[in-house]
Design a protein around this ligand. Structure first.
Ligand code: UN1
Length: 499
């Protein structure tokens, strides 16, 4: 079988990059090449942005309900291809098949939900303070949106950005993570088949760095929407901020599950294992901290350690696999580097902690699911995003201390509390400094109809998904129509009460 080759999509054409260079797309469970992809540079970015600029006006003027219909058709195609897309995702980035199906489903949900916005996009009509005057607001597209997306949700997250951008009348240049070019190509193929006009969505493949900078700083790009690491997010904000571009960032997390002494400990255990080790801990929402009340700590840790040791690593396509590989050798090494850091600071490895070296696992990029105990809130493993299957257990005296520890990191994406006490639950919901809060559920699994995003250094104040996404991809335009036929001065003229 020949290895598939993936190309850019610019102005409605599937084309090679100008340099003709390629890069490999690996299966992280085996280390084998599953595809090659064209490697883009500045010249390709320029062509893609120009194509988007050429297409943007016709798209803006095409009625929004009709734009929404194209999205509906895309959603239908996704649904038909769900199984095949999920299998490709597992092979391309490692998450287990059931989770890959969930990622595709999240993309379908987002696509259908956003298609409906073709017939909504509500503005306000409000009374004017002067007679015979009309006052209303409407949304206006930004122009060209750069969507820079991560590999951990290689289908869902691109839909969070591309679908709202399109339904609001923007053109898009899509730069997916270089670990997942295949799923990006599949998404673009679907939108092409659904009837999206040429140039409205353009795809450039390749590793970030110079390519990303060229896209972010291109004068034709009006908004940069980025999901990924905090370092890259800060860099993008800096170079785009100087040019006064709109930037929406969705960055790291150091999410915690809090287990109080009035919790159902066995239920919390399910939530912890799922949230800490699902997607091999490579979700922004992963539970990389467990903050447990002293009263239940021993019971919880014993059970967590026993469960973690039983988790089976393997290829995500095998039905027996609980935890797949991490995305790359670099990721594997970075995760592993935190083990001596934890030990030097006084933490103890209670489960896992190793890179498996035996059998087939040694060919892929695996890391054992790991539980660290004796962790103090200020240790690096309790503060830094590891982005792997590692969770750090911290003991606290009571709810107040739990909330203090919860809020003690620079991040603020997701958290959860396990408690049967409604008063504790409400205090927690009020005081958590995170964009997502769960009660008696883990930290992962947000649904697309509510805003998704974080406080503090997790982002820059924007939200994806839900109604909130519309604010990222449009500007408000306030419109006043004076039909009095004379000069009327707001804040100055006093309307008459005479009939
Ligand atoms: C992410 O990891 O960036 O809530 C997104 C969740 C998923 C999305 C995660 N629905 O875990």
């Amino acid at each position: 079988m020949t290895t598939p080759h993936l190309r850019n999509y610019i102005g409605g054409q599937w084309i090679e990059s100008e340099s003709g260079e390629v890069f490999d797309d690996l299966d992280p469970a085996t280390g084998k090449v599953i595809a090659t992809a064209t490697k883009s540079g500045k010249a390709d970015v320029e062509r893609a942005v120009e194509a988007a600029q050429r297409a943007r006006d016709a798209w803006r003027l095409y009625p929004a309900p009709k734009r929404g219909e194209i999205l509906y058709r895309a959603g239908e195609i996704m649904l038909q291809r769900k199984e095949q897309l999920a299998r490709e995702m597992t092979s391309e980035m490692g998450k287990v098949l059931a989770e890959a199906r969930g990622d595709i489903q999240e993309g379908i949900d987002m696509t259908y939900y956003t298609a409906g916005e073709g017939r909504r996009q509500f503005g306000d009509v409000v009374p004017a303070e002067l007679p015979n005057k009309w006052a209303m607001s409407m949304r206006h597209p930004l122009g060209v949106v750069a969507a820079i997306t991560p590999w951990n949700f290689p289908f869902a997250i691109p839909t969070w950005k591309i679908m709202p951008a399109l339904v609001l009348g923007n053109a898009v240049v899509f730069k997916p993570a270089s670990y997942t070019p295949m799923l990006a190509v599949r998404l673009v193929e679907i939108l092409e088949e659904a009837g999206l006009p040429k140039g409205v969505l353009n795809l450039v493949l390749g590793p970030g760095g110079a390519l990303g900078d060229a896209l972010v700083t291109h004068p034709g790009v009006d908004l940069v929407s980025f999901t990924g690491s905090s370092d890259v997010g800060a860099h993008i904000s800096e170079i785009a901020g100087r040019l006064l571009k709109r930037v929406s960032c969705e960055l790291g997390g150091k999410n915690a599950i809090v287990v109080l002494d009035d919790a159902d400990v066995d239920l919390s255990l399910e939530g912890i294992v799922w949230s800490a080790f699902g997607t091999s801990g490579q979700r922004c929402t992963a539970a990389s901290r467990v903050i447990t009340h002293r009263g239940v700590a021993k019971d919880l840790v014993d059970k967590l350690v026993a469960r973690t040791k039983k988790l089976r690593m393997g290829h995500g396509l095998e039905a027996t696999t609980d935890v797949g590989p991490v995305v790359s050798k670099d990721a594997q090494e970075k995760i592993q580097s935190y083990i001596p850091i934890a030990e030097r600071e006084g933490a103890t490895v209670a489960a896992g902690g190793q890179i498996p070296t035996a059998g087939a696992l040694a060919n892929g990029f695996f890391h054992e699911p790991t539980v660290l105990i004796d962790v103090k809130p200020n240790m690096r493993v309790a503060q830094e995003e590891i982005f792997g299957p590692v969770t750090a257990v911290i003991e606290v005296r009571d709810l107040d201390e739990a909330i203090k520890v919860l809020n003690s990191t620079k991040y603020g994406l997701s958290c959860s509390v396990y408690t049967k006490n409604v008063n504790n639950a409400f205090r927690f919901m009020r005081d958590a400094e995170t964009g997502l809060v769960y009660v008696n559920a883990g930290t992962i699994g947000a649904e697309i109809q509510l805003p998704f995003g974080g406080m503090k250094s997790t982002g820059n104040g924007h939200r994806e998904a839900g109604r909130a996404a519309l604010d990222v991809y449009s500007e408000w335009k306030s419109i006043y129509v004076d039909y009095s036929g004379k000069l009327q001065r707001a804040q100055m003229d006093e309307p008459s009460t005479a009939s």
